[in-house]
Design a protein. Sequence first.
Length: 249
Amino acid sequence: MSESSRALCSDAYVNLKLSVRMELPRTRETVLDLFERVRRKFPGMSSFKKYKDELALESPTSEMPHRWLAVRANSVRSGVVNPDGADDTYALHREVLEVAPTYMSIPPLDVEFVELLYGFDLAAAGNHDAIVCSALLPGSPLGALLDIPNGQAIDCQPLVGMSLGRRGEMEVYFEVKTRNAAGAGPRDPDAPEPISVYLTLRKFGAVSDTSELPQVLARLSKVGEDLVEHRVVPGLIVPLREAIAAGNG
């Protein structure tokens, strides 16, 4: 994740998801052994937490980059918040893909997909949905459809997906997420929450050997970084920042 894209947001993060078809073992020894292996590589990840549907290992939220790892019934996920350079961005994800199949007994045929998500949060007061409408829809047929006197946007969260490659083996999704309660109108300016922009890349299909998973990550990150720089930043983040600065909510 480039410095230019991080500088445009209040927070930026990159998340990984390894999804499997069969339910993962979540015994005490299995999960703790995996977490201990990862903790030795990233000593700051020293907080073990148990939630309703997942077991998690995290670093302190005040520590940047903030890192986390979570095991659910059918997935192993990891995330890095506000990474500083390529090593910080992908090192944890590579480690997870290298060691999780062994510790969690994941054979190649069990791999459903590998997902890489780039997220960007833009702090915004006011009506998030109105901001998104004013930033992304003017001049379009959809924008004209919503140009109604005294109308106020209450839900504008664009989501566009496409497949890449001759066989469509990779899926890419561009999404904008607002945090308005429907019909609530402008937000409390003293407690602004972010508008989030997501780029999600998903590579489907089993692998010949789980040792190939870090290579899958490398391919996803190469495509992802190019899309962030040439599509997400100019096409979503910059217009949203300008609309936020203009007070269009």
